[in-house]
Ligand binder design. Structure first.
Ligand SMILES: [Zn+2]
Length: 122
């Protein structure tokens, strides 16, 4: 979770490093399959950096209301906090671990709509 420019990570520094190493391994696996891992691979730090960018456009109270409104919307659509949250999609849900390249999303329209939100319309 990011608040402003601060990343709040619930584990130890070694756990964070272990998670980042696992993400790098997964990106390497995707690259070996010819998949654009810089877009579709997990990357927590890059995802959280996008949230920092989102924070700077609003005062904190406004951003929190907007973010948690997106969380409510996501819960209504997917029964998850983030898979349909526009703020998580805007921060790249693949990088944040909300979406996985090979796993389908329910409802099915969510992935093409979300991909357009991160500039991957086709
Ligand atoms: Zn996020």
């Amino acid at each position: 979770m990011t608040i402003g420019d601060y990343l709040l990570y619930p584990g130890s520094p070694s756990k964070l490093q272990s998670d980042l190493d696992a993400e790098a391994l997964e990106r390497a696996r995707l690259r070996q399959r010819g998949i654009d891992s810089a877009t579709f691979g997990p990357d927590l730090l890059e995802h959280e950096a996008r949230h920092s960018d989102q924070w700077k456009h609003f005062d904190p109270g406004t951003f929190l209301v907007l973010y948690f409104s997106g969380t409510a919307l996501s819960y209504l659509i997917t029964r998850t906090d983030g898979k349909a949250n526009p703020w998580e999609i805007g921060a790249n849900p693949y990088k944040g671990g909300y979406w996985t390249y090979d796993k389908p999303l329910t409802p099915g329209w969510l992935k093409p709509v979300g991909n357009c939100m991160i500039g991957l319309c086709w």
